[in-house]
Design a protein around this ligand. Sequence first.
Ligand SMILES: Cc1ncc(COP(=O)(O)O)c(C=O)c1O
Length: 391
Amino acid sequence: MQRHFSRRLAWATAENALARAEAAARASGRPLLDLTVSNPTQVGLSYPNEEIARAFADAAAGPYQPAPFGLSGARTAVVADYARRGVRLDVNRVVLTASSSESYALLFKLLGDPGQSVLCPEPSYPLFEYLARLENLTPRPYRLGFDGRWQVDFDSLDLADAAAIIVVSPNNPTGSFVSGNDFDGLAQLAAEHGLALIVDEVFADFPLLPAADAVTAVAGRPSPALVFSLGGLSKSCGLPHLKLGWMAATGPAPLVSDALARLELIADTYLSVGTPVQSALPGLLQAGAAIRRQIIHRVQHNRRALVQALGTHSPCTLLPAEAGWCAILRVPEIMSDEAWASTLLEQDGVLVQPGYFFDLAMGATLVLSLIVQDQVFAEGVARLLARVGAM
Ligand SMILES: Cc1ncc(COP(=O)(O)O)c(C=O)c1O
């Protein structure tokens, strides 16, 4: 038979049993308590819509000015946002994209040849598998080990034929910042092997309890390797629908210049970021601060409620987190995390994510989103703990 389509993805991935059960529950009209929602526009936050509209008001009228790395006013606003996080950055090292997912795509084109690997942390959000394969690269996991805190397992890094090392800091769902030691070790290895570090900091604005040696903004840390730090409106301002991300290149100056010259050609080929959102960016970053505060408040409130609901004698354990939007709950290992998730869905109408979805290899774990509406979260947790107690 004639071949029509690329082999870069296993396109026919079947829906898993849990997704089928969720779809069936939704189709039946059964109300669910969804503790998996990670879309900030769907959790009852109050958006400053007038301020957002004002930010766009002038933007729509402007002429089209194609600029591969983005309009200078928007890039300057990103520099100011890094300054808010304590990092001084040269505006010429900032590149705008349509999202952090697109930042990965551009960087994979810049750094990798077809067939090379990108080293991805495990556990982590299952995004890199697709992003890498779509660029004809092979995702290769390296482990984060947990012994009270999450750390890079350097023995699990397979650098042969690698194009880049991805670090997610804070990681989703572990909520761990990369430590100074781990960052320096990775940067040293990357420099020795001619690799770049891609550091995804989209959750960096949501600290809970960072460790003393947490690197909370990698662009401010010297590195012998080329480093790209990724951010965007999607998480830091709770505005995923406006489609604007950014990256900052740091590391040895000659390498950064080389990288940016090549990246310019890639970005110029797509010119994917809309002019209105770029023109509106200074206003959006200001308006986003109020959204961010609400998210921080929500996350802290729900985490406290979870700690309280667990009390001191629960058979479940809440893993510590330095930052982020998730809670990882260890549940009794009387069945798999997938079985726990389907039991909770079918018996209790509570939707949670099983840890295996994030390659959490530590017994039975469930991942709960902490940005869910307070009442939904509290009721969902109450049902979850009642189910654990009843087993
Ligand atoms: C760690 C991490 N990076 C990136 C993304 C994607 O962000 P964006 O909407 O900017 O593409 C996600 C989405 O949840 C994420 O969890």
